[in-house]
Every structure is written in C-alpha cells, then in structure tokens.
Write a protein that binds this ligand. Structure first.
Ligand code: LLP
Length: 383
C-alpha cells in the first residue's frame, strides 16, 4: 500500500486501510471472474471491519461466514442472505437455528453428525436446509502446515473414502437439500498448479457421482489465493486473472453448474498496514532491538506462523542498520522480524508493517490487557 494518504497525526498502534486500493482490488476481482460467471463470496474471517465490509458488499459479492456473529455482521453490512455460505466444523445448535431463520444460501457441512443435527433442527422449524458437502480432497496445498486444510490428517471436510456413504445417507434425510460440493484446501497458495490439482480431483469426484446419476448444481472451490508479502508495492493486487483462468481451464463443469469461490486474504491483505511507533531502541551485545508500541496481540501472524511482513521505517532516511523489530509483550515470540534492514531508527519513528489487512485485526486479542488497535482509513466513508 502507498502511504501517501496518511493523516498527519496517527494514533499508534493502529490499522490503516487504503480504501482506494480495496476498490481497485474489487474491480480486478470482478473483471477477472465475470467472464466466467463465477460467484465470489468474501471470507469475512479475513477482515470483519464494517467499513471494509460495506465496500465489499457494494460490489455484489456474497459472504463466507464461519460463525453466527459473522452472519450477523455480514447482514448488517449489506450482504444479502441468499449470498451467504456458512462453513465450520463446529456449528452450534443456536447458530444453525439462526442461520435457518435468516434463510442463508447454503451450509457447507463438514461431518455426518453435523448434517444430522441440521436435519433435526430444520425439521423442528418446518424448514429444509440447503447444504453442500465439504470434501477433503486430499490435495496438499504446500503452504504453512497450520493453514493447510485439504489433506486427510486435517479435521476438515468429509474424507474421500467416506463420501459415497455420506451422500447415500444425506439423500435420505427429509429436511436436507443437497445442492453442492465444497472444497477448501488451504490458504496463501501462490502456485497455480495446486489449484489445477484441485480441479482434476474435483473432476474425478464429479465423474464418480455422475456414474451414480447424481448431478449437483453448485461447486464451491473455497479460497486460498495467496499474495506477495515480499513486494507489496510491486504487487499490490493478487493474480486473480491466473487464478480464475486455472479453474476455467482445468475444471469441467456440468451444464448449468454454478461455480463459487470464497476469497479472503487476496481481497484485503494488501489494503491494510499496521502502524506503530518506536518506543525504545535497545542495544544488545550482538543485536539492536527496535521496540514498538504494537505487539503480537495486535498482529499474531509472525508469532503464530512465522509469517513474513515487510517492515518499513517511514520517519528516517539515515544509513541502514539491522534490527530485531519486537513488541512490548512478555513473550519471546513477540517479534515482527529478525535482522530487518532499516534506516537508523530512533524513539518516536513511525513504522509500517505491511500487508496486514487479512487476519490482522480479526486475530487481535487483548493479551496483557492491552487495548485493541483502532482502525483508520485513507478516506472517510461515503455512505
Ligand atoms: N473458505 C474456507 C472454508 C476457509 O477456511 C478459509 C480460510 C477461506 C475460505 C478463506 O481463505 P483465504 O482466501 O483467505 O486464503 N489465519 C491464517 C489464515 C487462516 C485461513 C483459514 N481459512 C493466516 O493468517 O494466514
């Protein structure tokens, strides 16, 4: 993100969102997906800030939710109920009931016990629940093991060896309408051959279902498209064109089948930076520490996944040195980057940690009883 639109005084730490870049990204998503007629649901878990959500819903996207509260937030921010898909391995009874009341488009179901509970609750409410079965296709996303979801050792989805049996059972349930298959194999995937592998596996599954005379109207490929964390200035918008073209080339849809995606990171990651100030520069024997007023409670990704975020000192033009850029939390994992090359850094300097728009604010906590970082925007919202 370009930081030229920064207000003169920024409260730190804070999340700073570039709404112009968000709009450009959404236009790119539209241009790249509409030739194929694909349906895009924005994955709310990546960033649930209402200002961003209202912008996103205006582009006609649906929403991918994983909790009752996300469904509530999506509706409040303009996403239509008939564009909401609802996933998650542990939906509670009350969440299922509310989703049925709101008449969302589809439950993405992860186990047979869950489908039985949805059937029972829908029956009690005199409704029929539309569901898609989430298939664990055993395709390795080759991404960080914490964000790989499509192999058999993960808790997600129905395993391939169970699929036939699950479908047979589901077709007997009176309050369930099976409308599709759902896949999601992982996140931060930049190698398109992984998605090609997913298409090929989906074709095989469709073929097997066709042989049983079963044609489902919806296929949902989840999310997962990665972004360039190393060069946020050079590549501010993810490669949506290659992503959708891969599915268009390798997936063989049945006639009239509708194809869905649930993109999170690729839509919002580059639009947000975490801004912090240097509290102290501390000299160790072998290294210098730049201690920020932002910590792992504000941005957990580096501590949890050893994730790389580009760090920039916006205040200094002095000769470069190396710093470990750390936060104030009482944990050694509270480190945003080791041996980061920065211009000579001083107390009070403004630091940007780039590409934090996805899984930044939503994963923040009040650990150490710290306040949650506020969000500020590149322009005031036009509502
Ligand atoms: N659909 C499902 C079923 C998902 O589980 C996810 C993300 C998405 C869609 C959106 O995936 P995306 O397009 O954002 O890759 N906290 C981690 C990422 C966790 C992703 C969880 N599922 C991180 O900070 O890298």
């Amino acid at each position: 993100m370009q930081l030229s639109h920064l207000p003169s005084h920024v409260p730190t730490p804070c999340y700073f969102y570039d709404l112009v870049l968000l709009e450009k990204t959404l236009q790119t998503v539209q241009a790249a997906s509409s030739p194929y007629g694909y349906h895009i649901h924005y994955a709310i878990k990546a960033n649930a800030n209402p200002v961003l959500l209202r912008r996103i819903s205006r582009y006609g996207l649906g929403a991918d939710c994983v909790s009752g509260n996300e469904i509530q937030r999506a509706l409040e921010c303009g996403f239509p109920a008939d564009g909401i898909v609802y996933a998650g391995v542990g939906k509670s009874d009350i969440e299922i009931e509310q989703a049925l009341q709101r008449d969302i488009f589809c439950f993405n179901c992860e186990s047979l016990p869950e489908i039985h509970v949805i059937d029972e609750i829908a029956g009690r409410m005199g409704k029929k629940a539309r569901i898609a079965i989430r298939v664990n296709p055993n395709v390795d996303a080759h991404t960080h093991h914490y964000i790989t979801t499509g192999i058999e050792e993960n808790k997600f989805g129905i395993y391939l060896y169970d699929l036939k049996h699950v479908i047979t059972e589901v077709l007997q349930l009176t309050h369930i309408e099976l409308i599709g298959l759902h896949f999601h194999i992982g996140s931060q995937i930049t190698d398109m051959s992984v998605f090609r592998g997913l298409c090929i596996r989906a074709n095989e599954i469709q073929q097997a279902m066709k042989e049983r005379g079963l044609l489902l109207p919806h296929i949902n490929f989840g999310g997962g498209l990665g972004i360039d964390y190393n060069e946020p200035y050079r590549t501010p918008i993810a490669d949506f064109k290659s992503y959708f073209a891969t599915f268009a080339q390798f997936f063989e849809p049945e006639p009239h089948q509708q194809i869905h995606f649930e993109l999170g990171r690729s839509i919002v990651a580059h639009c947000g930076d975490l801004l912090a100030r240097v509290l102290y520069v501390k000299e160790g024997k072998k290294r210098k520490f730049a201690i920020l007023d932002a910590g792992m409670n504000d941005l957990l990704r580096p501590a949890l996944y050893q994730a790389f975020h580009k760090i920039e000192n916006l205040s200094s033009q002095e000769p470069e040195e190396k710093y470990d850029v750390v936060g104030p939390i009482c944990e050694s994992a509270d480190c945003f980057g080791k041996d980061v090359t920065l211009p000579q850094t001083h107390r009070g300097d403004l630091i940007a940690i780039h590409s934090c728009g996805a899984y930044g604010e939503t994963m923040a906590s009040r650990y150490n009883l710290r306040d949650l970082a506020p969000a500020i925007f590149s322009e005031t919202e036009k509502d």
